[in-house]
Design a binder for this molecule. Structure first.
Ligand SMILES: [Fe+2]
Length: 362
C-alpha cells in the first residue's frame, strides 16, 4: 500500500502541483501476478470503482516505440515554441485526414492551436474533425499540454448524438497518434469492456496527455452524456492518482472534517469563508450538492490544496501509481455515482498518456 508523508524521506517522492507542495508519497509494492479476471473487473466497474490494470500494455509497448519517439519529437518541437501544425509528424504517405486550416484560438488563453482536418471518408454535410493543442495551466513551471480530438462547436455540441462524427474525430486521433492502437486494438481490454457495456466499445472524445513535473489535474469527474467512462493508459512517465466515486468522496470529506478541529481556520484566511465552510460540512447533502456545482471553491480548498486531506485519502486506500504500460478504468455512470479523480506527475519526466472516453458502439 502507498503511504503519504508530510515531510520528505529517502524513500518518498514529492506530490507537487503548480508550485503547491501536497506532501510526499512512498510507493508501495506493485500488484504482482495475473491481472484481475473479467468478473472482478466488471464487478468493480459496476460498483463505481476505478479499476487499475497494472502492466496491461507492457507486452505491446515495445511495438509502439517508433510512434512514441515521433510523438516525443513533435511535443518537443511544440515546447520549443513551434506551432503544432508546422511540425506535424509525417506518418502516412496517403493520409485519410488532410490538414485544412488552423486557428490560434485567441479567445482561449490556454490554447496553442486548433487544427481542422478534411476527412477523405466524410459525407458532404459532415463537419470537420479537429485537434486542439492546449496548455493544462498558466503556471510557469508546468509544461503539461494536451491534444484533444472532437468536432463541431466546442462546448455546445451534443457530441454523443453524432456517432459518425465522433468516430471521425477518434480516427483522426489514431492517425496523428498511431500509439492509440495500444488501447483500441487490445483484444483483452476490448473483451472486458465489451462485457461491461454489453456491446463493442467505441473509444471517443479522445485526449492525449503530456503530464509534466509540477502539472496534473485537480479533483474532477468526466461525466458526459452517452459515455460510460474513461480508459486512461500510461505510455511513458509516472502519475499518482486519487480516485473515489462521488458517494465515497463525500463520505471521506465528512469523515476527515469530523476528525479535524479548526479545519476552517487552517483552510481559509477570511472569516466569511471559514463560516461558510463550517456550515457546509455540517450537512452531508450540502457537500454532495456543492460538488456538482462548477464553482465548488470551498471544497477545492480542502480536496486540492490541503495536504493532510491527500494523506487521508491515501491512508483510506484511494491512491494509485501508474507506470508505463498501466491502464486505469474510470467508470462515469452519472453525476451521482461517477468516479472523481485527481492526478499528479511523479518523477522528473514528462510522460505521455492516452485518455479515451468509452461508449457502447451501437
Ligand atoms: Fe479526468
Amino acid at each position: 500500500m502507498h503511504q503519504w508523508y508530510k515531510e520528505a524521506t529517502d524513500e518518498t517522492q514529492p506530490l507537487l502541483r503548480r508550485g503547491r507542495q501536497l506532501g510526499h508519497i512512498r510507493i508501495g509494492t506493485r500488484p504482482s501476478g495475473n491481472i484481475s479476471n473479467a468478473s472482478t473487473i466488471a464487478h468493480q466497474w459496476h460498483h463505481d470503482e476505478a479499476v487499475l490494470l497494472p502492466g496491461l500494455l507492457r507486452e505491446q509497448l515495445p511495438d509502439a516505440a517508433c510512434d512514441l519517439q515521433q510523438t516525443e519529437q513533435w511535443v518537443s518541437n511544440i515546447l520549443q515554441g513551434r506551432f503544432p501544425s508546422d511540425c506535424l509528424p509525417e506518418r502516412d504517405s496517403h493520409p485519410r485526414f488532410v490538414l485544412s486550416s488552423c486557428s490560434e484560438e485567441a479567445h482561449d488563453q490556454q490554447a496553442i492551436e486548433k487544427m481542422y482536418f478534411d476527412d477523405q471518408l466524410a459525407a458532404d454535410d459532415d463537419e470537420q474533425p479537429w485537434c486542439k493543442v492546449a496548455w493544462l495551466s498558466f503556471h510557469d513551471d508546468d509544461a503539461s499540454l494536451r491534444f484533444r480530438f472532437s468536432f463541431g462547436m466546442e462546448g455546445f455540441e451534443d457530441v454523443a448524438a453524432r456517432p459518425t462524427m465522433q468516430a471521425s474525430a477518434a480516427d483522426l486521433c489514431s492517425a496523428l497518434f498511431p500509439e492509440s492502437r495500444l488501447i483500441t486494438d487490445h483484444a483483452q481490454l476490448n473483451a472486458w469492456l465489451g462485457t461491461i457495456l454489453a456491446d463493442q466499445p467505441a473509444y471517443v472524445e479522445r485526449i492525449v496527455y503530456f503530464n509534466a513535473p509540477d502539472g496534473g489535474a485537480q479533483m474532477h469527474h468526466d461525466v458526459e452524456r452517452g459515455h460510460a467512462g474513461v480508459v486512461y493508459a500510461q505510455l511513458s512517465g509516472h502519475t499518482f492518482w486519487l480516485t473515489a466515486s462521488k458517494p465515497v468522496l463525500v463520505q471521506e470529506i465528512m469523515r476527515f472534517c469530523r476528525q479535524h478541529e479548526n479545519l476552517a481556520t487552517a483552510l481559509f484566511d477570511d472569516v466569511e469563508s471559514r463560516r461558510a465552510f463550517t456550515q457546509l460540512v455540517s450537512d452531508q447533502q450540502a457537500v454532495a450538492t456543492l460538488l456538482d456545482e462548477d464553482d465548488h471553491e470551498l471544497l477545492e480548498a480542502l480536496m486540492d490544496r490541503h495536504p493532510p486531506f491527500i494523506g487521508h485519502m491515501v491512508a483510506a486506500g484511494h491512491a494509485h501509481v501508474l507506470a508505463p504500460g498501466d491502464v486505469l478504468l474510470l467508470p462515469q455512470r452519472d453525476l451521482a455515482h461517477c468516479v472523481w479523480h485527481t492526478v499528479f506527475c511523479l518523477g522528473d519526466i514528462m510522460g505521455e498518456a492516452l485518455s479515451f472516453a468509452v461508449r457502447a458502439a451501437a
